[in-house]
Design a protein around this ligand. Structure first.
Ligand SMILES: C[S@@+](CC[C@H](N)C(=O)[O-])C[C@H]1O[C@@H](n2cnc3c(N)ncnc32)[C@H](O)[C@@H]1O
Length: 291
């Protein structure tokens, strides 16, 4: 009887998008690569999107240097955290730690198991809401970089609150839809419509929603500036599948705070959102310490 033919190992050409040293196992686990190492149309787009965001975050990590602490809020499957770790933390002593905050327990468990399997000791996942994580003793008192990518509704606002309280050096936000501001605009519409012709901007229901979303991000930017941050707002290109592609990057520069704080209060008053001043608090409306 002829001896059985030995199975030849599968050799495949890696897609050019895969960077040298990048973990193939990770990309397969995240379903970015198929089992035979191929990138399909959807995963090619997903990878392009994550790389695009990583490109904004890389200089921020370099700015901090060693022992960088990163907290990713509303981490989901932690694509961003894992790819950041794989590209910039893996195998480097004193590189730092990435924490993923996520309310869905099964995702936290899966990510924890995956990090253990890949030998990524500098990653932790906490089953907490963003608001709970601000008070949690499982996180350090200060955090260098805070990210929140499509964290739902007011979770982005909670991530800003977290970043301010943790004295973050850099904050990277891609906000999701936020319903709170629109609901207050809607509630006060009857009261406010006669006040100024500009209330026409949010009279129709669809405009209430869209303007609510737009003004939310304006208020977030003013709040960050009112805490001494330099803020850049840009579009997260490559994110064509999502309407929510506004990228807000804030870097602490200890800039003068008075004017943005005054502007924030004026905008809240002009559009009848005074009751949200504690949501978009500034140092002049609280006794928050400066970062
Ligand atoms: C749209 S997904 C985005 C996931 C991931 N950041 C990404 O872009 O691939 C939003 C995630 O935030 C989580 N989430 C929503 N509200 C949260 C909160 N208050 N605290 C922590 N996680 C939250 C959801 O469970 C979900 O996994």
């Amino acid at each position: 009887m002829k001896p059985a033919k030995k199975e030849a190992p599968t050799i495949y050409q890696l897609a050019p998008e895969i960077k040298p040293g990048q973990s193939i196992e990770l990309l397969k686990e995240l379903h970015i690569l198929t089992r035979d190492g191929k990138l399909n149309q959807d995963s090619r787009r997903k990878l392009k999107q994550v790389y695009h965001l990583v490109q904004f975050i890389e200089p921020l990590l370099k700015d901090v240097g060693e022992n960088v602490t990163v907290v990713d809020h509303g981490a989901g499957k932690s694509y961003l955290g894992f790819i950041l770790y794989d590209l910039f933390f893996k195998g480097r002593e004193n590189a730092g730690h990435i924490y993923g905050i996520e309310t869905r327990e099964e995702l936290v468990q899966k990510s924890t198991e995956l990090a253990a399997r890949l030998g990524f000791p500098g990653m932790s996942f906490l089953n907490l809401s963003v608001a709970e994580s601000t008070e949690s003793d499982k996180l350090p008192a200060t955090i260098d970089v805070v990210t929140a990518l499509h964290a739902c509704n007011t979770a982005t606002d909670d991530a800003i609150d977290f970043a301010l309280k943790k004295h973050a050096k850099h904050i990277v936000l891609v906000p999701c839809c936020q319903a709170e501001v629109a609901s207050v605009l809607r509630k006060n519409k009857g009261r406010d419509l006669g006040r100024s012709a500009l209330t026409e901007i949010w009279r129709h229901p669809i405009h209430t929603r869209e303007f609510g979303s737009q003004i939310t991000n304006v208020l977030r930017c003013l709040q960050l500036e009112a805490h001494g941050y330099q803020v850049t707002v840009t579009e997260l290109v490559g994110w064509e599948h999502s309407m929510k592609n506004e990228l807000i990057v804030a870097t602490y520069k200890n800039l003068p705070r008075r004017r943005p704080a005054e502007r924030l209060q004026q905008v809240l008053a002009e559009v009848g959102l005074e009751e949200l001043s504690s949501r978009f608090y500034t140092e002049s409306t609280t006794s928050e310490p400066t970062p």
